[in-house]
Design a protein around this ligand. Structure first.
Ligand code: PLP
Length: 622
């Protein structure tokens, strides 16, 4: 397992067990070892319809572990509670979960439920997000914040104001100066006293990929000049008491606590200035940015890793706010954070299958037509001498000459194939052939790992079994889409290949897991080539024979589902095709009974194809 650095990025939730499979310990270190969940056993249960209680779902599958969410929330809260206590901070931490990281109903409901004891709230950035956040928080703690970020129109502002009528703690965070007029106007019309926050554009700049949000030229937030104008305007409208929260976000994956402290200190100064200007300040909301160590290096040297623990993060935040407020004799604010990545990344595992490898080997028969050539003789003796440089040169020359011959129509396809075979033989003989195999995976990168394609974000990818066997080869992964970008050829640790086991010729299956992808990937994924969302199961620990129970199982989007998303009408398509079959089969003649049989087969085959997922199907599914 050290090959894949599992201990580095996986602890305390994922590790290789004594059978060579990956096990999940959903409560982290609080779990008893006999309650570990073996991912291979779980896949068998989820996919195999013949197993007792088997679900017969198609891969790929996202496995959600709500207990991991619970543990992440508890760890975040206790890190801040400890920092507050040990530093004598005179207020508390009260976080929110930014739903954009994963808006799935069960993820959000679980977070609200688990976070209720900590008054944990939600953050929304659009109208559907505020709708879902409002309805979920109705079942949560009344003290929980609902932070309303993002671009706002009158409808959004009205929803947020309505939240207050429903006794939810909605805070309208101004991202644009123009939003203030809407808030003032609508709050009068709706007769609601709003709670207003403002998002500041800080000067502190995070230089990594996610840092484009930060700095004076960042995309979001109010400049210093705008903040001064907003305060003045609120004061003129006799609403300065409504301004209670200062928000900033310097970008995701903040690499170090020194940058964090810098940003938080600048924001704390701003907070104190707002207090001085007469605002009724209560909360400092430090945004997201709490990072994940995707490569297990804990170095903070790239966007893939951060050089701090949860505890160190919390300690740095509390210390910075406390230091500035004490110097300015300002009452300590409630500290809110909008950590998304840090809460949901670990909670799900994407499991998919490598189905075949691309065979580069050509046959080396029928080389008679080459035997006369000097090139062949020379190449042969170079191979015998083990002269690698010469061989490579000859291979190059021979290939070039033969391809030209093929283009001129002098060489047949069989002869060209033989040349390829010969060259492959030579390269193998001198140890110059490419040892990297291409594994075809039953997955779409665009649907399931969009950040890999979009921003070259890497996630740990590991076989979920056979970890007690030495991988025999190294490979890159090629997905199902007809797109050359649909590949994975960069891996954590700066590797361009992944150690992999040879596929068994007898049809033994080979399952891979992609880890730490619980944030952003599900919402960002598209339907390139009409590959839709994977199956999803929700898994809890249990005392049963497997140590787990599947509490929800939803098949992935069917071909009909994805077609519907593109305005096709699968039911009508089915009828059209059935009608065509009816017509064709009747006009073709043949025995009555045969016709009926064949028509039945065609209809059943079409029906199955609409209802199955678009991914490659195994025997059981067909
Ligand atoms: N809050 C805001 C305003 C954001 O823009 C983001 C993400 O970009 C987050 C919170 C979540 O950040 P993270 O996932 O780094 O916790």
């Amino acid at each position: 397992s050290s090959l894949y650095r599992i201990d580095g990025w996986g602890a305390p939730y994922f590790f290789a067990n004594s059978s060579g499979n990956i096990s999940v310990r959903p409560h982290g270190n609080n779990t008893l070892p006999h309650q570990d969940i073996d991912l291979l056993k779980l896949v068998a249960k989820v996919t195999d319809p013949k197993q007792t209680g088997g679900l017969g779902l198609q891969l790929p599958v996202i496995v959600r572990f709500p207990d991991v969410l619970k543990n992440r929330l508890e760890c975040l809260q206790s890190a801040f509670d400890f920092a507050v206590q040990s530093q004598g901070y005179e207020s508390h931490y009260q976080g929110v979960y930014p739903v954009k990281c994963n808006q799935n109903r069960f993820v959000v409901e679980d977070i609200v439920r688990f976070g209720s004891q900590f008054r944990f709230g939600l953050e929304a950035g659009s109208k559907p997000e505020i709708l879902l956040a409002m309805s979920c928080l109705c079942k949560g703690n009344n003290e929980a914040f609902l932070i309303c970020n993002g671009f706002k129109d009158a409808e959004y502002v009205s929803l947020a104001l309505m939240g207050r009528k429903l006794a939810l703690k909605t805070v309208i965070v101004l991202e644009q100066e123009e939003e203030l007029d809407l808030v003032i106007d609508l709050s009068h019309k709706m007769n609601v006293r709003p709670v207003i926050g403002l998002r500041a554009k800080l000067r502190t700049k995070h230089s990594g990929h996610f840092g484009s949000t930060s700095g004076e030229k960042g995309k979001f937030g109010l400049t210093t000049t705008q903040i001064v104008r907003v305060v003045r305007k609120l004061s003129e409208a006799c609403m300065l008491d409504c301004l209670q929260l200062l928000h900033f976000h310097i970008g995701s994956q903040i690499p170090s606590t020194s940058l964090l402290s810098d940003g938080v200190s600048e924001a704390a100064q701003l907070y104190c200035e707002l207090v001085r200007l007469g605002a009724n300040m209560k909360v400092i909301d430090i945004g997201g940015g709490l990072g994940i160590d995707y490569d297990g290096s804990k170095s903070g040297e790239s966007d893939l890793s951060v050089a701090y623990t949860l505890e160190e993060y919390a300690e740095a935040v509390v210390a910075s706010v406390r230091f500035v407020c004490e110097r300015r004799s300002v009452k300590h604010p409630v500290i809110c954070s909008e950590s998304g990545r840090a809460i949901v990344s670990h909670h799900s595992v994407l499991i998919f299958e490598a189905v075949s490898t691309v065979n580069h080997q050509a046959d080396r028969d029928d080389i008679q037509f080459l035997l006369e050539g000097d090139d062949y003789e020379e190449m042969y003796s170079a191979v015998m001498r083990g002269d690698q440089e010469r061989c490579l040169l000859y291979v190059d020359k021979l290939k070039q000459r033969c391809v030209e011959g093929f283009k001129d129509g002098v060489l047949s396809i069989e002869q060209l194939a033989s040349v390829d075979g010969l060259c492959e033989w030579v390269l193998k003989a001198i140890g110059g052939s490419d040892p990297v195999q291409t594994y075809n995976i039953n997955l779409s990168v665009f649907t399931s790992v969009p950040d890999l394609w979009g921003i070259e974000q890497l996630f740990p990818i590991v076989p979920i079994h056979k970890l007690d066997q030495k991988p025999g080869t190294r490979g890159v992964l090629s997905d199902l889409t007809c797109d050359s970008d649909g590949k994975i050829d960069k891996f954590i640790g700066g590797e361009s290949t992944l150690p992999l086991h040879e596929l068994e010729s007898g049809g033994g299956r080979y399952f891979l897991g992609m880890f730490l992808g619980g944030a952003y990937e599900e919402a960002l994924g598209g339907v390139h080539n009409l590959f839709g969302g994977p199956s999803v199961v929700r898994v809890l620990q249990s005392d049963g024979p497997h140590g787990f129970a599947v509490t929800r199982a939803v098949p992935g989007q069917s071909s009909a589902d994805v077609l519907r998303g593109m305005q096709h009408e699968p039911e009508m398509m089915f009828e059209t095709l059935k009608h065509r079959a009816e017509e064709v089969m009747h006009t073709k003649g043949g025995g009555e009974g045969e016709d009926v049989d064949e028509f039945g087969n065609v209809a059943a085959c079409l029906d199955r194809s609409f209802h199955n997922m678009p991914y490659l199907a195994t025997e059981e599914v067909l």
